[in-house]
Write a protein that binds this ligand. Structure first.
Ligand code: NDP
Length: 419
């Protein structure tokens, strides 16, 4: 019997909530709370009568710690699932500490306003010291480790697919497949086609910030930063076929480098089609990806937020998206004194996801792991005072839960590198 407060009611949250409702013996009570309450009411109404989970809805601005504290105090959850945006991670963590409640999210903290002088000072020092310039990094949330540990509370960070399942794959490879791991390449392949010339599969602002930033990877104990989209590979993926991939900075590289220090090189690649890249370059060239407010006819407008209003809502892509994702990790290393290459991955079908929960596979592959991680936390298997990323926890019960609730793993030699 557990009460859970879910903050956010977008594409990912809607999948996570529906999956929680499939496990109503554990998720007995859910409160869906978001900035726009009508979305929460709509989802609660859709689920009424289809699940034994008791669902309520609430309005909250999670940028305001006091509002989150008031909501937690009035609802009394065991766990808060933060499936809003990375901008709210710190305020929700603060509220959880104030109220003595466990915490879980799917993406690491980044500020909404990258011009905020207090944040910028820390950011610039980190860029110089750590050597990568992405807007997001774990230092802000790792700073909460002691406070969560002392309060006897668990905070699980980045419980989506990547970050999330990809780190469980790393922990699994280390536990079962290798004596030593030398390199990890995380491959996020989306073979889906939504038919639009340009749209993002999850929150456009967060997505475009991520992919327009310089790429970086970890090698021999330090970061190497490269121009955006300057490292290209082509792979031939099981059930998807040949896809172009580009190296990106991604948050799990940071935590994996810290928690698996013996690994010599860690990189992250994502698929992008030519149409996406051409549109992104053009939008960037005209300033539409900027986070700096501009004055327009007496209003302050943030270009990337205006762009978000023009682009298709990721939650609306479900019925249009056809094809499959193939996301996983290639490892090289040694087992029993011999060289070994190993690929562990999941293939997910956009249309099958849509039939089950009315969403495309990107929301599905994020929402299902969030539910599975919450399940393990509530059942005690993954409850450990402190702040953790997924590779720090036992991968076996998590991968079993993913198998059971819709994201089974496959294993093989690595997909073929075409060039
Ligand atoms: P959406 O934009 O679809 O949904 C975000 C939700 O958060 C909306 O319901 C929005 O409300 C709500 N929200 C935004 N600001 C606030 C606020 N101040 N207070 C309360 N609620 C707020 O995003 P997605 O569902 O696509 O993504 C959700 C999260 O998942 C993001 O953090 C994203 O980075 C992460 N993600 C992680 C992945 C992974 O593999 N780990 C992959 C994909 C996404 P409103 O309706 O009012 O806008």
């Amino acid at each position: 019997m557990s009460k859970v407060l879910v903050i956010g009611c977008g594409g990912v949250a809607s999948v996570a909530i529906q999956k929680c409702c499939q496990v109503s013996e554990v998720f007995t009570d859910l409160c869906i709370a978001s900035r726009t309450k009508s979305k929460c009411d709509r989802l609660a109404a859709e689920l009424a009568g289809k699940t034994a989970t008791r669902i309520t809805a609430a309005q909250v601005d999670a940028n305001d710690v006091q509002q989150v504290v008031d909501l937690i105090r009035s609802y009394g959850p065991d766990l808060v699932m933060n499936i809003a945006l990375p901008y709210q991670d710190l305020t929700i963590m603060e509220a959880c500490l104030t109220c003595g409640v466990h915490y879980l999210d799917t993406a690491n903290y980044e500020p909404e306003d990258t011009n905020d002088p207090a944040w910028r000072a820390v950011y610039e020092a980190r860029c110089k010291e750590a050597g990568f310039s992405a807007y997001f990094d774990y230092s802000w949330q790792w700073a909460y480790k002691k406070r969560f540990a002392e309060a006897g509370l668990t905070a699980l960070l980045g419980c989506g697919f990547d970050p999330g399942v990809t780190q469980a794959y790393c922990a699994y490879a280390k536990k079962h497949e290798f004596d030593t791991i030398d390199t990890i390449d995380i491959l996020d392949c989306n073979g889906g086609d939504h038919g639009y010339p340009f749209a993002t599969n999850f929150n456009p602002e967060v997505n475009l910030r991520e992919v327009s930033a310089p790429g970086s990877y970890w090698e021999d104990g330090h970061w190497i930063e490269v121009e955006p989209m300057s490292i290209h590979r082509e792979y031939d993926f099981d059930q998807v076929g040949r896809k172009d991939m580009y190296l990106l900075h991604h948050e799990e590289i940071e935590s994996l480098a810290k928690n698996l220090p013996e690994v010599r090189r860690i990189r992250f690649f994502m698929t992008f089609g030519q149409s996406y890249l051409t549109h992104m370059k053009c939008l960037e060239n005209v300033g539409m990806l900027s986070t700096e407010p501009v004055e327009f006819e007496g209003h302050k407008i943030v270009p990337i937020q205006f762009l978000k209003a023009l682009l298709p809502d990721p939650a609306s892509l479900g019925p249009r998206t056809k094809g499959k994702t193939n996301i996983g990790c290639i490892f090289t290393g040694k087992k029993d004194g011999k060289d070994k290459t190993y690929y562990i991955y999941n293939v997910c079908d956009h249309q099958a996801c849509y039939r089950e929960v009315g969403s495309q596979a990107i929301s599905y592959t994020t929402g299902v792991p969030a539910m599975c991680a919450a399940l393990l936390l509530l059942q005690g298997t993954w409850r450990r005072p402190g702040v953790y990323t997924v590779e720090e926890l036992d991968p076996d019960p998590f991968l079993e839960a993913l198998d059971r609730y819709g994201l089974p793993k496959s294993e093989s030699r690595a997909p073929a590198l075409v060039d």
